[in-house]
Design a protein around this ligand. Structure first.
Ligand SMILES: [Zn+2]
Length: 301
Protein backbone atom coordinates (compact mmCIF):
# COMPACT_ATOMS: atom_id res chain seq x y z
CA UNK A 1 0.00 0.00 0.00
CA UNK A 2 1.42 3.38 -0.92
CA UNK A 3 2.47 5.49 2.05
CA UNK A 4 2.70 9.25 2.49
CA UNK A 5 5.86 9.55 0.43
CA UNK A 6 4.11 8.10 -2.60
CA UNK A 7 0.96 10.19 -2.18
CA UNK A 8 2.93 13.42 -1.86
CA UNK A 9 5.00 12.41 -4.84
CA UNK A 10 1.90 12.02 -6.99
CA UNK A 11 0.56 15.36 -5.73
CA UNK A 12 3.81 17.12 -6.64
CA UNK A 13 3.91 15.50 -10.11
CA UNK A 14 0.27 16.20 -10.87
CA UNK A 15 0.65 19.80 -9.67
CA UNK A 16 3.52 20.33 -12.07
CA UNK A 17 1.74 18.61 -14.93
CA UNK A 18 -1.78 19.97 -14.59
CA UNK A 19 -2.43 22.79 -12.08
CA UNK A 20 -3.71 25.94 -13.77
CA UNK A 21 -4.85 24.00 -16.84
CA UNK A 22 -8.26 22.98 -18.09
CA UNK A 23 -8.56 19.23 -17.95
CA UNK A 24 -10.58 16.66 -19.73
CA UNK A 25 -12.01 14.34 -17.08
CA UNK A 26 -13.48 11.06 -18.29
CA UNK A 27 -14.66 7.82 -16.82
CA UNK A 28 -15.11 5.70 -19.94
CA UNK A 29 -15.89 2.59 -17.93
CA UNK A 30 -18.66 4.33 -16.00
CA UNK A 31 -16.87 3.80 -12.69
CA UNK A 32 -16.89 7.45 -11.61
CA UNK A 33 -20.32 9.01 -11.96
CA UNK A 34 -19.35 12.66 -11.41
CA UNK A 35 -16.70 13.02 -14.12
CA UNK A 36 -19.01 15.37 -16.03
CA UNK A 37 -19.14 17.81 -13.11
CA UNK A 38 -15.42 18.58 -13.31
CA UNK A 39 -14.81 17.86 -17.00
CA UNK A 40 -13.43 20.95 -18.76
CA UNK A 41 -12.66 22.79 -15.52
CA UNK A 42 -9.33 24.26 -14.44
CA UNK A 43 -7.46 22.23 -11.82
CA UNK A 44 -6.71 24.76 -9.05
CA UNK A 45 -4.64 22.71 -6.65
CA UNK A 46 -3.64 19.18 -5.71
CA UNK A 47 -3.76 18.42 -2.00
CA UNK A 48 -1.97 15.55 -0.29
CA UNK A 49 -2.81 14.68 3.28
CA UNK A 50 -1.52 11.40 4.60
CA UNK A 51 -2.78 8.77 2.18
CA UNK A 52 -5.44 11.01 0.63
CA UNK A 53 -5.26 13.05 -2.56
CA UNK A 54 -7.61 15.94 -3.37
CA UNK A 55 -7.81 17.47 -6.85
CA UNK A 56 -9.48 20.83 -6.33
CA UNK A 57 -11.47 22.09 -9.30
CA UNK A 58 -13.52 24.44 -7.14
CA UNK A 59 -14.38 24.84 -3.45
CA UNK A 60 -17.20 22.33 -3.80
CA UNK A 61 -15.61 20.17 -6.44
CA UNK A 62 -12.69 18.25 -4.99
CA UNK A 63 -11.89 14.91 -6.55
CA UNK A 64 -10.96 12.71 -3.61
CA UNK A 65 -8.67 9.76 -4.31
CA UNK A 66 -7.54 7.15 -1.83
CA UNK A 67 -5.35 4.55 -3.50
CA UNK A 68 -5.93 1.96 -0.80
CA UNK A 69 -4.03 -1.27 -1.22
CA UNK A 70 -4.33 -1.71 -4.97
CA UNK A 71 -4.82 1.73 -6.47
CA UNK A 72 -2.20 3.23 -8.76
CA UNK A 73 -1.77 5.98 -11.30
CA UNK A 74 -0.44 5.45 -14.79
CA UNK A 75 0.86 8.40 -16.73
CA UNK A 76 1.86 9.05 -20.27
CA UNK A 77 2.80 11.35 -23.09
CA UNK A 78 0.90 12.05 -26.27
CA UNK A 79 -2.24 10.38 -27.49
CA UNK A 80 -4.55 8.68 -25.08
CA UNK A 81 -4.15 4.93 -24.81
CA UNK A 82 -6.85 2.41 -25.49
CA UNK A 83 -9.31 2.06 -22.61
CA UNK A 84 -8.40 -1.07 -20.73
CA UNK A 85 -8.65 -2.66 -17.33
CA UNK A 86 -10.81 -1.27 -14.58
CA UNK A 87 -10.11 2.34 -15.54
CA UNK A 88 -11.72 4.56 -12.92
CA UNK A 89 -10.87 8.01 -14.20
CA UNK A 90 -8.60 9.63 -16.74
CA UNK A 91 -7.41 13.22 -16.53
CA UNK A 92 -5.82 14.71 -19.62
CA UNK A 93 -4.88 17.96 -21.26
CA UNK A 94 -7.61 18.66 -23.82
CA UNK A 95 -5.07 19.66 -26.42
CA UNK A 96 -1.66 18.24 -26.80
CA UNK A 97 0.88 20.77 -25.50
CA UNK A 98 2.83 20.43 -28.70
CA UNK A 99 -0.24 21.35 -30.71
CA UNK A 100 -1.33 17.85 -31.58
CA UNK A 101 -4.95 17.17 -30.73
CA UNK A 102 -5.31 14.30 -28.31
CA UNK A 103 -7.67 11.59 -29.43
CA UNK A 104 -10.70 11.23 -27.24
CA UNK A 105 -12.09 8.16 -28.92
CA UNK A 106 -9.85 5.80 -27.01
CA UNK A 107 -8.00 4.78 -30.15
CA UNK A 108 -4.78 2.89 -29.56
CA UNK A 109 -1.63 4.88 -29.52
CA UNK A 110 1.95 4.00 -30.31
CA UNK A 111 3.31 6.89 -28.26
CA UNK A 112 5.64 6.14 -25.40
CA UNK A 113 3.87 5.70 -22.12
CA UNK A 114 5.20 4.95 -18.71
CA UNK A 115 3.52 2.59 -16.35
CA UNK A 116 4.28 2.73 -12.70
CA UNK A 117 4.47 -0.33 -10.56
CA UNK A 118 4.95 -0.36 -6.85
CA UNK A 119 7.97 1.34 -5.40
CA UNK A 120 9.65 -2.02 -5.07
CA UNK A 121 9.55 -2.53 -8.82
CA UNK A 122 10.45 1.00 -9.78
CA UNK A 123 13.41 2.99 -8.57
CA UNK A 124 12.18 6.17 -10.30
CA UNK A 125 14.74 5.96 -13.08
CA UNK A 126 12.04 5.42 -15.70
CA UNK A 127 9.90 8.37 -14.62
CA UNK A 128 8.71 10.93 -17.11
CA UNK A 129 9.39 14.61 -16.59
CA UNK A 130 6.06 15.77 -15.12
CA UNK A 131 6.03 18.70 -17.56
CA UNK A 132 5.74 16.20 -20.38
CA UNK A 133 2.82 14.28 -18.90
CA UNK A 134 -0.33 14.63 -21.03
CA UNK A 135 -2.61 12.20 -19.27
CA UNK A 136 -2.98 10.16 -16.13
CA UNK A 137 -5.18 7.17 -15.46
CA UNK A 138 -6.38 5.80 -12.16
CA UNK A 139 -7.11 2.15 -11.52
CA UNK A 140 -8.04 0.17 -8.43
CA UNK A 141 -8.41 2.95 -5.82
CA UNK A 142 -10.40 2.37 -2.66
CA UNK A 143 -12.09 5.72 -3.33
CA UNK A 144 -12.50 8.10 -6.25
CA UNK A 145 -15.39 10.45 -5.63
CA UNK A 146 -16.33 14.10 -5.63
CA UNK A 147 -16.24 15.91 -2.28
CA UNK A 148 -17.79 19.26 -1.44
CA UNK A 149 -15.97 21.54 0.97
CA UNK A 150 -17.85 20.22 4.00
CA UNK A 151 -16.94 16.62 3.27
CA UNK A 152 -13.31 17.58 2.61
CA UNK A 153 -13.12 19.52 5.90
CA UNK A 154 -14.59 16.55 7.75
CA UNK A 155 -11.92 14.32 6.27
CA UNK A 156 -9.15 16.72 7.31
CA UNK A 157 -10.60 16.89 10.83
CA UNK A 158 -10.39 13.09 11.09
CA UNK A 159 -6.73 12.92 10.09
CA UNK A 160 -3.72 13.32 12.36
CA UNK A 161 -0.76 15.57 11.52
CA UNK A 162 1.18 14.74 8.35
CA UNK A 163 4.98 14.94 8.66
CA UNK A 164 5.21 16.05 5.02
CA UNK A 165 2.84 18.99 5.47
CA UNK A 166 4.75 20.88 8.16
CA UNK A 167 1.98 20.12 10.66
CA UNK A 168 2.28 20.55 14.41
CA UNK A 169 2.77 17.04 15.86
CA UNK A 170 1.48 17.97 19.36
CA UNK A 171 -2.01 16.43 18.87
CA UNK A 172 -0.42 13.11 17.86
CA UNK A 173 1.81 13.10 20.95
CA UNK A 174 -1.16 13.93 23.22
CA UNK A 175 -3.27 11.07 21.82
CA UNK A 176 -0.38 8.62 22.08
CA UNK A 177 0.31 9.60 25.69
CA UNK A 178 -3.24 8.55 26.64
CA UNK A 179 -3.32 5.25 24.77
CA UNK A 180 -2.81 1.69 25.94
CA UNK A 181 -2.55 0.54 22.30
CA UNK A 182 0.90 -0.67 21.16
CA UNK A 183 2.95 2.06 19.53
CA UNK A 184 3.24 0.02 16.29
CA UNK A 185 -0.56 0.15 15.88
CA UNK A 186 -0.73 3.84 16.81
CA UNK A 187 1.83 4.81 14.18
CA UNK A 188 -0.41 3.28 11.50
CA UNK A 189 -3.59 4.89 12.86
CA UNK A 190 -4.31 7.71 10.41
CA UNK A 191 -6.32 9.62 12.99
CA UNK A 192 -3.13 9.93 15.03
CA UNK A 193 -0.51 10.36 12.31
CA UNK A 194 -1.14 10.74 8.59
CA UNK A 195 0.85 8.98 5.93
CA UNK A 196 2.77 6.35 7.87
CA UNK A 197 2.17 2.84 6.53
CA UNK A 198 3.60 -0.58 7.13
CA UNK A 199 7.13 -0.01 5.86
CA UNK A 200 7.72 3.29 7.59
CA UNK A 201 6.25 2.19 10.91
CA UNK A 202 8.51 -0.87 11.06
CA UNK A 203 11.60 1.07 10.06
CA UNK A 204 10.92 4.14 12.22
CA UNK A 205 10.48 1.92 15.26
CA UNK A 206 13.69 0.08 14.50
CA UNK A 207 15.62 3.33 13.99
CA UNK A 208 14.31 4.50 17.37
CA UNK A 209 15.26 1.06 18.84
CA UNK A 210 11.77 0.97 20.28
CA UNK A 211 9.69 -2.12 21.01
CA UNK A 212 6.62 -2.18 18.76
CA UNK A 213 4.60 -3.62 21.65
CA UNK A 214 5.16 -0.77 24.07
CA UNK A 215 1.87 0.97 24.93
CA UNK A 216 1.60 4.52 23.59
CA UNK A 217 1.35 5.89 27.10
CA UNK A 218 4.71 4.32 28.02
CA UNK A 219 6.66 5.85 25.15
CA UNK A 220 8.65 8.86 26.38
CA UNK A 221 7.69 12.09 24.62
CA UNK A 222 11.30 12.64 23.57
CA UNK A 223 11.19 9.31 21.71
CA UNK A 224 7.96 10.33 19.96
CA UNK A 225 9.55 13.63 19.00
CA UNK A 226 12.59 11.79 17.65
CA UNK A 227 10.37 9.45 15.57
CA UNK A 228 8.45 12.41 14.14
CA UNK A 229 11.68 14.24 13.34
CA UNK A 230 13.17 11.12 11.77
CA UNK A 231 10.08 10.52 9.63
CA UNK A 232 10.31 13.83 7.75
CA UNK A 233 13.58 13.30 5.83
CA UNK A 234 12.82 9.59 5.39
CA UNK A 235 9.43 10.32 3.83
CA UNK A 236 10.93 13.10 1.70
CA UNK A 237 13.67 10.81 0.42
CA UNK A 238 11.01 8.25 -0.52
CA UNK A 239 9.23 10.91 -2.60
CA UNK A 240 12.21 11.43 -4.84
CA UNK A 241 13.01 7.95 -6.05
CA UNK A 242 10.05 5.92 -4.71
CA UNK A 243 12.54 3.71 -2.99
CA UNK A 244 12.31 3.74 0.78
CA UNK A 245 15.86 3.47 2.09
CA UNK A 246 16.08 3.46 5.86
CA UNK A 247 19.42 1.82 6.58
CA UNK A 248 22.47 3.90 7.39
CA UNK A 249 25.58 3.12 5.29
CA UNK A 250 27.50 2.06 8.41
CA UNK A 251 24.92 -0.67 9.12
CA UNK A 252 24.87 -2.18 5.63
CA UNK A 253 27.08 -5.10 4.63
CA UNK A 254 28.21 -2.91 1.69
CA UNK A 255 29.08 0.35 3.39
CA UNK A 256 29.74 2.40 0.27
CA UNK A 257 27.89 3.08 -2.95
CA UNK A 258 24.18 2.90 -3.63
CA UNK A 259 22.43 0.53 -1.20
CA UNK A 260 21.71 -2.88 -2.68
CA UNK A 261 18.03 -3.80 -2.78
CA UNK A 262 18.18 -6.37 0.07
CA UNK A 263 19.99 -3.82 2.24
CA UNK A 264 17.55 -0.90 2.11
CA UNK A 265 15.52 -1.91 5.19
CA UNK A 266 16.42 -2.92 8.71
CA UNK A 267 13.45 -5.16 9.44
CA UNK A 268 10.64 -4.75 6.88
CA UNK A 269 10.17 -8.10 5.10
CA UNK A 270 13.45 -9.35 6.61
CA UNK A 271 11.87 -11.89 8.96
CA UNK A 272 14.06 -14.93 9.54
CA UNK A 273 17.15 -13.02 8.40
CA UNK A 274 19.82 -11.68 10.76
CA UNK A 275 19.52 -8.11 11.96
CA UNK A 276 22.20 -5.97 10.25
CA UNK A 277 23.23 -4.54 13.61
CA UNK A 278 23.09 -7.38 16.15
CA UNK A 279 22.68 -10.55 14.08
CA UNK A 280 19.49 -11.67 15.86
CA UNK A 281 16.76 -13.12 13.65
CA UNK A 282 14.22 -10.49 12.59
CA UNK A 283 10.69 -11.46 13.68
CA UNK A 284 7.30 -11.12 12.03
CA UNK A 285 3.86 -11.10 13.61
CA UNK A 286 0.38 -10.00 12.55
CA UNK A 287 -0.84 -6.85 14.25
CA UNK A 288 -4.16 -5.23 13.32
CA UNK A 289 -4.25 -7.22 10.09
CA UNK A 290 -0.81 -6.16 8.89
CA UNK A 291 2.56 -7.83 9.27
CA UNK A 292 4.81 -6.28 11.83
CA UNK A 293 8.58 -6.78 11.63
CA UNK A 294 11.07 -6.11 14.40
CA UNK A 295 14.37 -7.17 15.94
CA UNK A 296 13.72 -8.65 19.39
CA UNK A 297 17.22 -7.73 20.55
CA UNK A 298 17.57 -4.15 19.28
CA UNK A 299 13.93 -3.38 20.12
CA UNK A 300 13.61 -4.97 23.55
CA UNK A 301 10.63 -4.04 25.68
ZN1 LIG B 1 19.07 -6.24 16.12
Amino acid sequence: MPEGNEIHRWAARHTEAFVGRKLRVEAPGGRFADADVIDGKVLKRVHAVGKHLGYEFGPDAILHVHLGRYGDWTEGVGELPEVKGALRVRLSLPTHPRGKAARMDGAPSDDATTKHGWYSEDDGSTSLDPKDVDWIELRGPSDCSLYDREKWQKLLARLGPDPLNGDDPAPAFAKTAKSKTPIAALLMDQSILSGIGNIYRAELLYRARLSPFLAGKDVPEKTLKAIWKDSIPLLKAGMVDRRIVTTLPKDRPHKTGKPLKPEVHYVYRRHGKPCWVCGTKVQRQEMAGRSLYWCPECQKE
